[in-house]
Design a protein around this ligand. Structure first.
Ligand code: NAD
Length: 245
């Protein structure tokens, strides 16, 4: 296994895809900076990593631009650079628009959409200065197709796809690469953010029977990072072969 001397910031690292990615990248010799709101949980994960000496936990709410900027500033202070930002934090409170769950719409827009923008904003000047950097964002198949009861979630994920493609174009010639990863169902805690109990049970059932594993998505992240600076893997769509949507 080739050890990669990279500093990687991972948001939403306290469970699911983010946690699996922290493990896999750390196993490949990378320094991982774990960000989420629960610092205790992040420290527990760090203790279980193959090389905890190459890891740092920073409590971060991605819906607050100052906290995201602090995450990047602290990373640079401690490690002198940031090679990769993995914008991964998200939530998926599914519900029909008719239910008018305004607070949930706002949370999805703040976390899934504005959180990604705050991450890009915080890291871009440094990456341009380095003439090298990779910004990876977890999108979803819901960024490509809209499921019934998933209109607002899909809205945030369609928007994220647009932003990442625009970013790719703006960064041409500046050394910053972009990767959008769009998984189908993945067996994680994401279903818990749906407040409608019937829909929540349905999603959990689908994720458990026809879902990818978080480590499958982590492998896609690793693949994008392992490419040479001359290769941008711009989009990856991945589903379990048992999933239709
Ligand atoms: P998860 O619930 O296990 O992980 C979500 C992570 O985001 C957690 O660490 C959570 O603490 C964090 N988070 C939520 N709000 C936050 C905030 N305000 N600030 C910082 N962190 C916050 O679920 P997951 O499936 O691992 O989700 C990761 C990403 O994958 C999300 O963007 C999600 O939309 C996307 N995704 C998931 C699936 C799936 O089926 N599980 C499919 C496609 C895309």
């Amino acid at each position: 296994m080739k050890n990669l001397d990279k500093v990687v910031v991972i948001t939403g690292a306290s469970s699911g895809i983010g946690e699996a990615t922290a493990h896999l990248l750390n196993e490949h010799g990378m320094t991982v900076v774990l960000a989420a709101r629960r610092i205790d949980k992040l420290n527990e994960i760090i203790a279980s990593l193959p090389d905890p000496s190459h890891a740092l936990a920073i409590a971060t709410d991605v819906s607050k631009s100052t906290e995201v900027q602090n995450l990047i500033n602290q990373t640079i202070e401690k490690f002198g650079k940031v090679d990769v930002l993995f914008n991964n934090a998200g939530l998926m409170p599914l519900a029909p628009i008719r239910d008018g769950k305004v607070n949930e719409w706002e949370a999805m827009i703040d976390i899934n959409l504005k959180g990604v923008l705050y991450g890009i904003n915080a890291v871009l000047p440094t990456m341009e200065q380095q003439h090298e950097g990779l910004i990876i964002t977890t999108d979803s198949v819901a960024g490509h197709e809209v499921a019934t009861n998933g209109a607002v979630y899909a809205g945030t994920k369609f928007a994220v796809r647009a932003i990442m493609d625009g970013l790719r174009k703006e960064e041409i010639g500046k050394g910053v690469r972009t990767t959008l990863i769009s998984p189908g169902d993945v067996e994680t805690d994401l279903f818990n953010s749906t407040s409608d109990s019937k829909l929540r049970d349905q999603i959990q059932q689908i994720e458990q029977t026809a879902g990818l594993k978080p480590m499958d998505v982590a492998e896609a992240v690793l693949y994008a990072i392992q490419q040479p600076a001359s290769v941008g893997v711009n989009e990856i769509i991945m589903r379990s072969p048992n999933q239709e949507f």
